[in-house]
Design a protein around this ligand. Structure first.
Ligand code: C5P
Length: 223
């Protein structure tokens, strides 16, 4: 039986990129490594939480003590998240592809000599964070990420309202954050903005898990 401040709590975490198929062999993706999301899942488990990690395709091992659901596309990620509810908290750290191919070909698209390239029409993917934040079985604390290269904090404050989540972890990805080992983040809550120093991703995860545990320990306060 798990011990720690999050014992008996269930936390849902999304991590990694999504892959959006174009045809059976090609896909649209992004540069997310999943390192921050996986570190958060591990940190929550270390505090005793039951963690469901819904992960897109990553090159990382499954964190110990975490139940991992492997998905590829945004729509699969959303379905896995909804299937994992109820949860006491959700942390959406995945870099979900905003768009998918509008018409997924069931056969490999053929390169026809002399013909122009095929058009790639895009369709909007579901917003997993916003969906969980508005869900009938909404987790008590919903946390999103904001990866920005400029106006990091103002954009994160606006994003918090737009998405309907409780906290936004804003990270400045203008440098070597994506795929790197360190992260500089700002925690945006109802109460204001905290600037955290540049830290290893594992340390960002540990601090966030501790904050989450403190929040869930206060049943009367809205996150
Ligand atoms: O809208 P934007 O991608 O900037 O928001 C980032 C936050 O929203 C992250 O927490 C990310 O996991 C989440 N998100 C999501 N589903 C999407 C797009 C973003 O859950 N389709």
């Amino acid at each position: 039986q798990a011990a720690g401040p999050l014992a008996g709590r269930h936390v849902l975490v999304t991590s990694g990129p999504t892959h959006e198929p174009i045809d059976p062999v090609r896909y649209i993706a992004n540069r997310s490594s999943g390192r921050q999301g996986h570190a958060i899942a591990a940190a929550l488990a270390a505090l005793g939480a039951r963690v469901t990690l819904v992960s897109g395709p990553v090159a990382l091992p499954d964190p110990a003590g975490v139940s991992v659901v492997h998905v590829e596309s945004a729509r699969e990620m959303l379905a896995a998240c909804e299937a994992a509810l109820p949860a006491d908290a959700a942390i959406c750290a995945a870099a979900v592809a905003d768009w998918r191919s509008a018409g997924e070909a069931t056969q490999k698209l053929k390169k026809v000599p002399g013909a122009p390239p095929p058009p790639l029409a895009l369709a909007l993917n579901p917003d997993i964070l916003a969906t969980l934040a508005a869900h009938a079985r909404r987790p008590g604390l919903v946390v999103g990420f904001a990866a920005e290269t400029e106006n990091v904090v103002p954009n994160a404050i606006a994003k918090r309202r737009r998405k309907g989540c409780d906290w936004i972890v804003a990270n400045d990805v203008s440098g070597d954050v994506m795929g790197g080992a360190e992260n500089t983040v700002h925690l945006v809550t109802e109460a204001g903005v905290e600037d955290w120093p540049r830290l290893p991703k594992a340390e960002v995860a540990a601090r966030l898990a501790a904050r989450l545990a403190a929040q869930l320990a206060e049943p009367e306060t809205r996150p």
